[in-house]
Design a protein around this ligand. Structure first.
Ligand SMILES: *Cc1c(COP(=O)(O)O)cnc(C)c1O
Length: 361
């Protein structure tokens, strides 16, 4: 009896010690956007033409076949979304159903099996719930980033889709994007680089698009810019994607965002378009000629990581033209209002009239 008690006690203590020394919850105010281990990740395998059950693990590695299609032919897709702790102690996940749909579209794009929206949502909720102690507190400005991943795992050396796939989700707490306040940054047009071709994979969230953007991105960072503003790859006449984010401009009470066959449909952009309409603005999704940049009162990049990154200036290096959006170094009034509105909905501070949040009690 004594032995059993001391054994249980020891096991409990070991776990406590592990939690305290190995996986302490982070200092919320010091978080950046970087990988950090949490308690569990969720996995689900696709075999024999169907998805299996959700599995929970603490293992952060994957055993892989050396000839897996994800390693050789880029059968890899990912998603990115966030969960927020509200003042009411409830966790809100922002529009996960949209991520499920976008992943399905990516699957069609690179011949991977689709997962149902229900199974995707179940996996997201499970990943968040099991790692609840890593959801940063309300008011910290930090949030829990959720990263779903889907890869081809079975061997194939001929160029063909895999027969077997692995879906997984890990999560990590991330800091507020704007540590020194909501400040605009400069971006650059580098005409010698493209990110994605007009009828290529730009509309899908695949790692290959990111590999294709690394050289230009590093070059931009080295020159002091926060991102590359890509032009359309075919004619170099129209504004396309803004690094890993969508571009938008504001003028005459209108929210304008490029329409293109190489832009990833951002869920943040979709949400901002709705909020702009709600605020009585006009919304235009159309081709945006690069010269039109000179007419915008405000401009920004949008995506899950930052919501909005306001743009101070865009330099078109080759053409030696500079487009200025902020004269005093501050974000414009429309960008600020949209940013604050979306953040308030995500944090549960304002009514979620469009039913965007999935709330976990
Ligand atoms: C993920 C991503 C975005 C932003 O999409 P959100 O759903 O708003 O996070 C924009 N552009 C690219 C290329 C992306 O991969």
């Amino acid at each position: 009896m004594d032995f059993v008690f001391s054994f249980i006690n020891k096991a409990y203590l070991c776990n406590q010690i592990l939690n305290t020394f190995c996986m302490e919850t982070p200092n919320w105010s010091e978080l950046s956007f970087g990988y950090m281990p949490t308690d569990y990740n969720i996995r689900c395998a696709y075999r024999n033409g169907k998805w299996g059950t959700l599995e929970i693990t603490s293992d952060t590695t994957i055993p892989m076949h050396v000839a897996a299609t994800s390693l050789h032919y880029g059968q890899e897709a990912f998603e990115g979304l966030k969960a927020f702790m509200g003042k009411d102690g409830k966790i809100r996940i922002f529009r996960p159903d949209e991520n499920a749909k976008r992943l399905q579209s990516t699957c069609d794009g690179i011949m991977m099996p689709k997962m149902s929206t229900e199974l995707f949502l179940e996996a997201v909720v499970k990943a968040v719930t099991l790692n609840k102690r890593f959801v940063p507190p309300y008011g910290s400005g930090a949030s829990l980033y959720i990263r779903p991943l889907l890869i081809g795992t079975s061997p194939q050396v001929g160029v063909k889709p895999a027969d077997e796939y692995l879906f997984l989700i890990f999560v990590m707490p991330v800091g507020p994007y704007f540590k020194e306040g909501f400040k605009p940054t400069p971006m650059v047009i580098l005409r010698q680089y493209d990110r994605a071709a007009p009828l290529g994979t730009g509309t899908y969230k695949v790692g290959g698009n990111y590999a294709a953007s690394l050289v230009a991105g590093e070059k931009a960072h080295a020159m002091g810019y926060s991102a590359v503003l890509y032009l359309d790859a075919k004619e170099k006449k129209y504004v396309d994607e803004c690094g890993p984010a969508n571009f938008f401009g504001i003028k005459n009470n209108t929210y304008i965002t490029p329409e293109s066959t190489s832009i990833l449909p951002s869920i943040t952009n979709k949400s901002l378009m709705q909020l702009a309409r709600d605020m009585g603005m006009k919304v235009e999704q159309r081709r945006v000629p690069v010269e039109e940049l000179s007419t915008f009162e405000e401009a920004g990049a949008c995506g899950t990581a930052a919501v909005i990154s306001p743009i101070i200036r865009i330099d078109d290096i080759v053409e030696n033209i500079s487009y200025q959006f902020s004269k005093n170094g501050e974000a414009g009034p429309v960008c600020t209002r949209l940013y604050e509105k979306l953040r308030a909905i995500q944090n549960g501070d304002e009514p979620d009239v469009h039913g965007w949040n999935v709330v976990i009690d």
